[in-house]
Design a protein around this ligand. Structure first.
Ligand SMILES: Cc1ncc(COP(=O)(O)O)c(C=O)c1O
Length: 388
């Protein structure tokens, strides 16, 4: 009954552990959740108010497929102010229901059957199925803890073939928290130009950055015409459930993505788009306060992790995740996540869910209270002591 295309896609590897954690919680077990993929902050009040007003005013009908021009203009202004890139809001910006859908449309719009898409490993869980559903072939570019999960240009070159169509970049990176530096980005851009590759740059964690500076690859010479930049509101404005994102790319690619959007979703939700304008154009204080709090939590988490014998963790420069190496206790990250759940009563994501290079690691999210972080890591420490 099910198509080959869909059968090729593996169900989410994190599902089992999160389902078990949920069931245990529902059964009254006190579980500390360090698995969250979304901020634990509420959406700022002024953004919510903009949505209420839009509904009150009857802004409840289909909008243009590309999104309302007001929001496309706000996105273009954001690119100009924050990233120094100029986009035409009429032709080069697309509003989408979330960054995830923008990424899927981008991959669908550029991939022919058999095209290879380079994927730095560890990678966010949805890239691989997106490539597969589009008929493409994911080609993994390893990154390692030893090198701070830096995406080495040399390693990219080794994987480029005649079939390579694009590379997916994700900085700050989920799950490692690594941020691409300007030097590497320049070399990566040169590889793209030499080999006629498209860069799909997922910048959803752009604003959640503590060390270093976010640079969009599209700003580099001759890159704008071969880059699809993806971003959204989920992380920066705590709007995961609102489903709002956007893409900026050359007009022909945006046209292609728009065609998919036209025949699948019609348009992003009307009143949510109005709130998006407010998010981008009004006070950014909540975002600043949230990032400040995440940084404090990151520092506490890192300090506590470093006190556990045998555990190592590259300090994440951005996101709200830490990718910690527990392989000296257990190489199989699924077994180890299961042990954490059963013995420490801590829910976290096994590194293998993020690709082969993630084996031996656990992704710990600090999108939870300082109290939970402290309690969670103390429990892990205790459980490891009794395991030893
Ligand atoms: C790297 C990365 N890209 C994209 C997304 C999806 O974001 P959205 O909620 O805007 O679809 C996520 C969400 O976890 C993510 O971690």
């Amino acid at each position: 009954m099910i198509s080959d295309r869909v059968l090729k896609v593996k169900p989410s590897a994190t599902l089992e552990i999160t389902a078990r954690a949920k069931a245990m919680k529902a059964g009254g077990v006190d579980i500390i959740g360090l698995g969250a993929g979304e901020p634990d902050f509420d959406t700022p009040e002024h953004i919510k108010n903009a949505l209420y007003e839009a509904v009150e005013e009857g802004f409840v009908y289909y909008t243009p497929t590309r999104g309302i021009i007001e929001l496309r203009k706000a996105v273009a202004r954001k690119f100009l102010n924050d990233n120094r890139i100029s986009y035409d809001p009429e032709k080069e910006i697309l509003i989408t229901p979330g960054a995830k859908h923008a990424l899927y449309e981008a991959v669908l719009a550029i991939t022919n059957p058999g095209d290879e898409i380079l994927l730095p490993d560890p990678y966010w869980v949805s890239y691989e199925p997106m490539i597969q559903m589009a008929g493409g072939v994911p080609v993994y570019v390893p990154t390692s803890e030893k090198k701070g999960f830096r995406l080495e240009p040399e390693k990219i070159k080794e994987k480029v073939t005649r079939k390579t169509k694009a590379i997916i970049l994700n900085s700050p990176n989920n799950p490692t928290g690594a941020v691409l530096n300007g030097y590497d980005l320049r070399e990566i851009s040169e590889i793209c130009i030499e080999n006629d590759l498209i860069a799909i740059s997922d910048e959803i964690y752009e604003k959640i950055i503590y060390d270093g500076k976010h640079i969009s690859i599209a700003v580099l010479p001759n890159m704008k015409e071969r880059t699809i930049t993806i971003n959204g509101f989920s992380k920066a404005y705590s709007m995961t459930g609102w489903r709002l994102g956007y893409a900026a790319a050359p007009a022909d690619i945006i046209d292609g993505m728009n065609r998919i959007q036209e025949h699948s979703i019609s348009c992003p939700t009307s009143f949510v788009q109005k709130a998006g304008v407010t998010a981008l154009t009004e006070s950014q204080d909540s975002l600043k306060a949230m990032t400040k709090e995440f940084k404090k939590r990151r520092n506490t988490l890192m300090k506590m992790l470093n006190e556990i014998d045998g555990v190592s963790c590259v300090t994440p420069s951005g996101t709200f995740y830490a990718f910690a190496n527990f392989s000296c206790y257990e190489r199989d990250s699924f077994k180890f996540a299961s042990f954490l759940l059963e013995d420490a009563k801590v829910a976290a994501i096994p590194g293998r869910a993020f690709g082969n290079e993630g084996e031996g690691f656990i992704r710990l999210s600090y999108a939870t209270s300082m109290e939970n972080i402290k309690e969670g890591i103390s429990r892990i420490k205790k459980a490891l002591k009794s395991k030893a």
